[in-house]
Design a protein around this ligand. Structure first.
Ligand code: MG
Length: 203
């Protein structure tokens, strides 16, 4: 199982970090040791003073595919979950300045919490899904998939040119604006269309 994440897939988020809006998808990976299942806490690591939350919708891949055409991409995922792409922003900024890879900032243990999923068959329009993140009961990020720079189908087609997708792989599809620091003691809750799908304590 592998975890693939799309970066800068909502224009307002790219801008808030002073990144250019990309003309083709940006992706990176996390190992399976990054995964935290719903209900497990996140233990704040001591190597960063600036762990950011990035709430994201997550595609669950349901069959093997390589060089998938846009037209058929929707057949390759059957569930959509909500997750968090935790990012050690301080380490990422250093890596960016030096032109180094992002793994230390993105792929550390516990950096990919994953909540519950919904079956795609129950969703009216995957290009119009509302999702949001609350911290300690206050909404800090909200997004809608109509604002994606690259749709789910485009992402699947693009990634599969380079990397074979397999059943059980997860694709974190990018975060809307409003990212920020988490602190020990925070309670994070992720919602799809107003339904709570993720609960996460920062310890
Ligand atoms: Mg992200």
């Amino acid at each position: 199982m592998k975890i693939i994440c799309i970066g800068r897939n909502y224009a307002e988020h790219a801008k808030e970090l002073n990144n250019a809006v990309p003309t083709e998808p940006v992706f990176f990976m996390k190992p399976d040791t990054a995964l935290i299942r719903n209900g497990q806490p996140f233990y704040h690591p001591d190597f960063s003073n600036d762990i950011h939350h990035e709430i994201e919708l997550v595609l669950v891949i349901c069959k093997t595919g390589k060089n998938i055409d846009d037209k058929f991409a929707s057949k390759y995922y059957n569930k959509i979950a909500i997750g968090v792409d935790f990012t050690a922003r301080d380490l990422q900024n250093t890596a960016k300045e030096k032109g180094l890879p992002w793994e230390k900032a993105k792929a550390f243990d516990g950096s990919a919490p994953l909540g519950e999923s919904v079956d795609v068959s129950t969703i009216k329009d995957v290009n119009n899904i509302n999702f949001h993140l609350e911290i300690n009961g206050k909404t800090v990020q909200q997004g809608n998939t109509k604002d994606l720079l690259f749709s789910f189908d485009k992402i699947i087609a693009y990634i599969s040119r380079y990397i074979t997708l397999k059943t059980g792989d997860l694709i974190y599809t990018g975060t809307p604006a409003g990212v920020g620091k988490v602190n020990i003691g925070d309670k994070l809750e992720g919602f799809i269309e107003g339904n709570k799908m993720l609960e996460l304590a920062i310890k």
